[in-house]
Ligand binder design. Structure first.
Ligand code: BEZ
Length: 401
């Protein structure tokens, strides 16, 4: 799917306005609340992977954002909503063209995306220049809320530095000092590894080898053979989506499961434990979410998500849901007028998001300040073991707003 104006918009339009009103052509040209004969739709453009190794991430984000809109009565600041979905394919070389298409051809009011850090780099540069409202529901590129930070760019997920950072302390507290790093060799993998190192090396940990695997390749045999010969105390890895499924299965098949501890940011086991099966059991990771977080907002969210989509929610769904809540907060404060930027931005900066992960706040650089948990896969569920770091904020190096 390259580009579709569908899903939420079509279903909502049919439900709310009748089948003949599915596309309001005039709405795209009007900057304010009103279109001839009715209210203009708020156009939400998604730049997310609907194909490739990150497909299930893009789908979870989209599903849960629609759920947040539905729970808000299917309107933003009183206006109906139209989704314009574009498949990023998680391919950075396509990002500039697709971002320009959403902003300049589709004339969306908000861009929601992406998942991949390389796509985020291209998108953020353009969104800054065009002054388009952006909500990043996954991609962790540190730069987005670092040197590229901007009043119009918000993130509801994490910076790549954050999720791996608490794992350094977890390992050191257990006397595990010699670690091998293995990751997809693009921005997210490298920055995740750096986040881990910053919590590990200054306190006595040693990195004895770094192995980078080109994204999105999933041929891990050479890396596994090398790791087996090194015999470190633990291996910290960054893989997600389809790549995480393959790595965890290959790890077990290589006989490493009960010999060397495998850890990482929680993407290693998020949304994929079913596909990983027995190979995932016992794996410990750190993340800003866990399936078993025992708070009312999480219980309600998981039940609603399962009912709507017939599957379990995961962190990507939570981040998409929160993107929907954040846009709702901004549009409500603006009274539905996308031109009322100051009110919209102020609300998005200051609203404490009642998230399934627990309430979190936006940092000055527009990145979540949030708790990180040590989790473990038990019976296919990412269970909370303990709070690993409370209210962890990204350093936001280079952000000047
Ligand atoms: C990233 O590219 O930023 C990313 C992708 C998947 C999971 C986490 C981060």
């Amino acid at each position: 799917m390259a580009n579709s104006t569908s899903g939420y918009s079509r279903r909502r339009a049919l439900a709310l306005m009748g089948a003949g009103a599915g596309v309001a052509a005039a709405s795209t040209a009007l900057p304010t609340r009103f279109a001839i004969g009715g209210q203009a739709k708020v156009r939400i453009g998604t730049l997310l992977p609907y194909s490739g190794t990150y497909t299930r991430l893009g789908q979870a984000i989209t599903n849960a954002m629609e759920l947040a809109f539905d729970q808000g009565g299917g309107k933003l600041g009183g206006r109906p909503i139209e989704l314009v979905k574009v498949d990023s394919e998680a391919k950075p070389p396509k990002a500039a063209e697709l971002t320009n298409k959403l902003i300049n051809q589709e004339k969306v009011d908000f861009v929601v995306g992406p998942v991949h850090s390389g796509v985020a780099m291209a998108m953020a540069k353009i969104a800054r220049e065009e002054n388009t409202m952006v909500v990043v529901p996954n991609a962790g590129a540190n730069q987005v809320t670092g040197p590229f930070c901007s009043p119009n760019i918000f993130r509801t997920s994490f910076s790549n530095w954050q999720p791996g950072h608490p794992m350094g302390k977890v390992l050191l507290d257990e006397g595990k000092k010699n670690v091998v790093l293995c990751y997809w060799g693009y921005g997210a993998g490298k920055q995740s590894a750096q986040g881990f190192k910053d919590g590990f090396v200054p306190h006595g940990g040693k990195i004895i080898k770094e192995i980078a695997v080109p994204f999105p390749k999933v041929e891990f045999q050479a890396a596994l053979t090398e790791i087996a010969s090194i015999k470190p105390d633990a291996v910290y890895v960054f893989f997600a989506g389809g790549g995480a499924v393959k790595f965890v299965k290959d790890w077990a098949a290589a006989g490493l499961k009960d010999k060397i501890e495998l850890v990482g940011p929680g993407f290693l086991t998020e949304g994929v434990t079913k596909a990983q099966g027995a190979a995932a059991e016992g794996i410990r990771t750190t993340l800003h979410y866990a399936d078993t977080l025992d708070i009312p907002a999480n219980r309600a969210f998981r039940a609603a998500y399962k009912q709507a989509f017939g599957k379990e929610a995961d962190v990507y769904a939570v981040q998409g849901f929160d993107a929907g809540l954040l846009i709702r907060a901004g549009m409500d404060a603006a009274g539905g007028d996308t031109g009322a930027r100051a009110a919209m931005i102020k609300a998005m900066e200051t609203t404490a998001i009642p998230s399934p992960r627990g309430q979190w706040t936006m940092s000055a650089a527009h990145n979540p300040v949030q708790n990180f948990y040590l989790r473990q896969v038990r019976n296919g569920v990412n269970e909370v073991v303990k709070l690993a770091m409370e209210n962890l904020s990204d350093p936001a190096k280079g952000c000047r707003m």
